[in-house]
Design a protein around this ligand. Structure first.
Ligand SMILES: Cc1cc2nc3c(=O)[nH]c(=O)nc-3n(C[C@H](O)[C@H](O)[C@H](O)COP(=O)(O)OP(=O)(O)OC[C@H]3O[C@@H](n4cnc5c(N)ncnc54)[C@H](O)[C@@H]3O)c2cc1C
Length: 167
């Protein structure tokens, strides 16, 4: 088990927060992968998976973005009670929702996301827009309302910047 602490907390929407994490031993991950998070309380452990919303190279620290689920055990604790400095544990990084090893022939990539499903997509989009600039990236992102849309400002700025750059 790998210990880590919460380094910073940012509110994204009324029910979603991002958590910047600090590991003693640096972890490696690919855009699209997730972290298995463990919260220990006495003899009890709660384990859940959270995708990285950060990019492994562009972000200094790994970030997970968690939507509070009504009656949910870990997401509710993270949203309502956790604070900077709290220690959690991880069972490591996994996930196959990553870019194919060879994407030379691919011209357009379409992402379909809804709600907190945007977290791995954000990381993948950062990879494509920054390191594979010949690709066209399309995002279809479904949410209840603009105010419930995680990363709305960043995504709109990115869309405006890249549309302008490519027009
Ligand atoms: C690969 C992967 C990546 C993920 N990435 C993200 C991410 O980036 N961001 C994110 O927010 N989430 C993500 N998730 C979801 C996350 O792992 C958790 O499932 C989510 O946060 C809910 O966990 P919880 O402990 O809060 O809720 P839980 O305690 O697991 O409860 C979930 C729901 O089930 C209900 N429930 C629990 N037990 C029972 C029962 N016995 N009978 C009936 N109902 C019950 C609860 O009331 C609640 O509504 C990801 C999941 C996977 C598998």
């Amino acid at each position: 088990m790998i210990p880590f602490s919460i380094r910073a907390i940012r509110t994204e929407t009324r029910d979603t927060k991002s958590f910047e994490l600090s590991f003693d031993q640096p972890i490696s991950y690919l855009p699209g992968q997730f972290l298995s998070v463990i919260r220990k309380r006495g003899d009890f452990e709660t384990r859940r998976q959270y995708s990285f919303s950060s990019h492994p190279v562009l972000s200094r620290f790994p970030i997970i973005t968690v939507k509070r689920i009504e009656n949910g055990e870990l997401s509710r604790w993270l949203f309502d009670e956790s604070k900077v400095g709290d220690t959690l544990f991880s069972a490591g990084v996994s996930g196959r929702f990553i870019l194919p090893a060879d994407i030379k022939q691919i011209k357009t990539i379409l992402f379909l996301a809804a709600g907190s499903g945007i977290t791995p997509v954000r990381s993948l989009m950062q990879e494509l827009l920054n390191f594979h600039r010949d690709k066209r990236v399309i995002l279809v992102y479904s949410n209840r309302s603009a105010e419930d849309t995680i990363f709305i400002n960043t995504l709109q700025a990115v869309a405006a910047g890249f549309s302008a750059a490519n027009s």
